[in-house]
Design a protein around this ligand. Sequence first.
Ligand code: NAP
Ligand code: GDD
Length: 362
Amino acid sequence: MKKALITGITGQDGSFLAEFLLHKGYDVHGIIRRSSVDYRERIAHLEGHERFHLHYGDLGDSMSIMQVLSLVRPDEIYNLAAQSHVQVSFDAPEYTANVDATGTLRILESVRLCGLADSCRIYHASTSELYGRVEAVPQDEQTPFHPYSPYAVAKLYGFWIVKEYRDAYGMFCCNGILFNHESERRGETFVTRKITLAAARIKQGKQEKLLLGNLDSLRDWGYAKDYVECMWLMLQQEQPDDYVVATGEQHSVREFCQLAFHEAGIELRFEGEGVHEKGIDVATGKVVIEVSPDFYRPTDVVNLLGNPEKARTKLGWNPQKTPFAELVRLMVKHDMGKVAADDAAARVKVNLEEYLEKGIVK
Ligand code: NAP
Ligand code: GDD
C-alpha cells in the first residue's frame, strides 16, 4: 500500500485529493494546523476512515515537518499548503513569503535530511499567477514568468527551488502550474464562490447587493476535482517534469456573474463603466451588483489563459472534463441548497428560543 502525505489537506484541493487517493487505495496522511476551533469542514467526512491519518504541523516550523516525515516516511508528498489568497498577500507579505516560499524549501530539505530523497516523489502546487503581468496569451510551460503580487513572488521561489532540488539532487519533484480551479468547496472570499453564494442569497432574499472589484479580469477556470487527478498523474510518470494544468478556455468575472445569477434564476444587465458599473436584475430593475474600489488590488493579474496541451498528450489528462457552464451550475446548485439549509436551521433556532421564552418547551 502506497503512503501519501498531503500538506494543506483541510483546503479545497487537499480535501478532493485525499478522497481521490483513498479511492486509489493509498494510506493517506495529512498535516493540519492547531486551531482554537477544531472544525475541519472539508475533511470531516473522512475522519475515522482506517487509511486516513492527521498530524499536527506547520509549514513555518521545520521541526514539525521533520517529525511528521520521519514518522510517516511517505512514498509521495503533495505540498498544497499555502497562504493562497492573492489579495491577502498584500496585507501579509512576510508571512506569505515564509509559508509559500521558505515553506516549500522546508519540505524539500526535510525530505533530504530524513533520507527520503531517493524514494519519495514530490508534487508542488505552483500557479498560473507566476505569469502575472502576462508576456504572452495563452500561457504554456515556455511562457516567461512575470509575478505581479507578493503571493506570486513567493510562489516563484517555490517553483525554482523545486527545480533546483530536481537538478542538484536528482529528486523526483514536479511543479503543477495550475490555473484557477474552483468548486463547491472553494473558500468564500475567492471571486467565484463569493459570486455563487451571493447569487443564492440574493435570490432567496438574504442579501441585497454583491460588491466586487475588477469585473474585466479574465481567468481560465476549471473544476478542482478534475485537477487533483492531474497532480497524481504527474507523480506516476517515469521522469519528473513541470506541467500547465488548465482548461484552455477564458471568461471574465462579469461573465461568471451573468451565468451564476442566471443559474440562480436572475437575469442580469450591466450598465456603466469602471467603479460606476452596475449589475441590474432585469425583472425588478434593482441593482444587485456594484463595484467597490476596496476589492481592487495594487497590481492585478488580468489575462490568464492556459494551454494544457502537454498535460493532455503526456499525461492523458482531459482538460475539458467539466466544462465552464457545468462548473458554474454545480456551484450555484450547491449554494442554493446551502443558503436554504442555513435559513431553515436559523428558523428552527429562533422558534426554539421563542418556545423556551414562552414556556412552550422546557
Ligand atoms: P486553500 O483552500 O486556501 O487551502 C490552503 C491549505 O493550506 C489549507 O489546508 C490551510 O490550512 C493550509 N495552510 C495554510 N498555511 C499553512 C501553514 N503555515 N502550515 C500548514 N498548512 C497551512 O487553497 P487551495 O485552493 O486548496 O490551493 C491549494 C494549493 O494550490 C495552494 O498552495 C495554492 O496556492 C495553490 N493553487 C491554487 C489554485 C486554485 O485555483 N485553487 C491555483 C493554483 C495554485 P488551514 O485550513 O489551517 O487554513
Ligand atoms: N477575491 C476577489 N474578490 N477577486 C475579485 C473580486 C472580489 O470581490 N472582484 C474581482 N476580482 C478579481 C481579482 O482582482 C482577480 O483578478 C480575479 O477576480 C480572481 O480573483 P480570486 O478569485 O481571488 O483568485 P486569484 O486568481 O487572485 O487567485 C487564485 O488563483 C490562483 C491561480 O491563478 C488563488 O486560488 C491562488 O491561490 C491561485 O494561485
